[in-house]
Write a protein of this length. Structure first.
Length: 218
């Protein structure tokens, strides 16, 4: 069973590529952004503060996200055996990387591990984030690349596309800054282990996907 960790700057297309892999290979999916947005729609202090932090472009504390990961991983273990698991955009901090190592070892999902950086520049990331849109009804995110640029309404439910609430200039800068100061440390960690593979994310969605499948099949 494969475990795939997709890393990259915000806007690099990790979520889009993860969904393509899920559709083709029937992988289980763990997206920290999706988990956190679902979490902050709940009740309680942590839910409300999580929403505030994310909308400001920050990262939530590791115990919060790790708790959500573990709940999801435990649920996978209790259901059918998956073809694989995809982590979309996590870990984002070095502590999360160490904890995820332990979690994957515990669940015996560390034998076929692929860690891939979908690499785009900060300038490209900023351009994409300021222009990407989300469906106001179903929440599908539409990147500002290729044919998606032409869409005015959601191709799933026909509702008008809007800017994501957390895609303000200040929040975008905050997220990109955190990538440089925290997530780059994770990337360096995996490089030193000689398990990091890199795909050029500044290509068409189709070409990125082709390259991604090639590196995870090795």
């Amino acid at each position: 069973m494969k475990t795939i960790i997709l890393l990259g700057r915000q806007g690099s297309g990790k979520g889009t590529q993860a969904k393509l892999l899920v559709a083709e290979f029937d992988f289980h999916y763990i997206g920290s952004g999706e988990l956190l947005r679902s979490f902050y729609n709940g009740e309680g202090f942590s839910a409300k503060k999580t929403k505030q932090v994310l909308n400001a472009g920050g990262y939530v504390p590791t115990p919060i996200i790790f708790r959500l990961w573990m709940d999801r991983l435990e649920g996978f273990k209790d259901t059918r055996k998956p073809q694989g698991i995809i982590f979309d955009g996590s870990p984002r901090k070095i502590l999360e990387a160490h904890l995820l190592d332990q979690a994957l070892s515990w669940y015996e999902w560390d034998k076929e591990l692929s860690i891939v950086l979908i690499d785009i520049s900060r300038k490209e990331a900023q351009d994409r984030l300021t222009k990407r849109r989300i469906c106001a009804q179903c929440g599908n995110v539409f990147p500002w690349v290729g044919e998606f640029k032409k869409l005015k309404v959601c191709d799933n439910c026909g509702v008008q596309l809007i800017t994501r609430p957390d895609d303000t200039p200040e929040a975008i800068k905050g997220r990109l800054d955190l990538f440089e100061t925290q997530t780059m440390e994770v990337i360096t960690y995996y490089k030193k282990q000689q398990c990091l593979k890199i795909v050029n994310g500044e290509q068409s969605i189709e070409k990125v996907y082709e390259d991604l499948k090639a590196v995870i099949s090795k």
